[in-house]
Design a protein around this ligand. Sequence first.
Ligand SMILES: [Zn+2]
Length: 358
Amino acid sequence: MPSVPVMRRAFAEKDPSFDGLFVVAVRTTGVFCRPVCRARPPRPENVEFFPTPAAAARQGYRPCKLCRPADVAAAAAPSPAVELLVRLIQSCAPDRVTSDDLATAGVDPSTARRQFRRHFGMTFAAYQRARRLADAVGEARAGGGAVAAQMAAGFESASGFRAAARRAVGAVSAADLRSATVLASARILTPVGPMLAIVGEAGVAVCDFEDRAGLAAAVDRARVRLAPSGRPAMIVRGDHPLLSRVAAELAEYFAGRRRAFDVPLAVGGTDFQRRAWDYLRGIPYGQTRSYGRQAADVGSPKAVRAVGRANGSNFVSILIPCHRVVAGDGTLAGYGGGLARKRWLLDHERRVAAGAEA
Ligand SMILES: [Zn+2]
């Protein structure tokens, strides 16, 4: 979060470039707002700041009906400046987009870069580098030689290009580049925090909370698993039909309009892990099962610890609903994304299921 004086000023000025970076909660009304809210401003001594709508909700605040801070679709939509940057990268390829280009296009470079970083979870420069290498892989696949690939990637020198390609995909020749695998990733904003999604052609490989322990190692495993060439796949932020689908299905889930997920998964796993994960996908929405029952149903009543480990090694949260498995006495037990999220997800599903029956 920005510093409190910065947030106070941003809120007073309704600065849209801070929208999504924090929410403002008002003690006297019990309501929280986006920084851009048009409602009558509260007295400064009555406000407190939270990084996310979920954090404010956990403290008992309700979302404002005017500015709708918990609206996932609004929070996940890129700002006009971010959309412009993505278009600029596409139209300028293979050249780099400079601060002058941004100024010419009429956006303030530092605001645009800050919003870009917030939306994609990476810097504008890093995004451009990754895009250029992905273009090089495409060019090499299309039959171009090393020089064509280098040009497609916008590198002036062959040595600079080779070094970047080696770092990104371990590629040293045009043939290496042709056989490189590119996975696409996106940051998906949800009411319980940002998630990182990574997809290959076969399906969703990773979709989990950005702050989850072990996520980096899970991503590295996916890069190896989904790369038939034997060299780890490179991951590029950007567009992919499966990314749009997983984002849309998650938005529907959080809006209470979706109970099961249809987007294909590419999760690998041992036979036992796959049985455990298939079982999780069979637990009805809004219900829970105990680890003991899951172990018995998966094949061995003694495998309670093993199913716990298998559930814990699931890095496609929510889509594979390991949050629906709880301890035998009904307590929540563990969850990779943290117990507060597990409680939130189960409450959400029970509320939606109860509402549908009422
Ligand atoms: Zn408001």
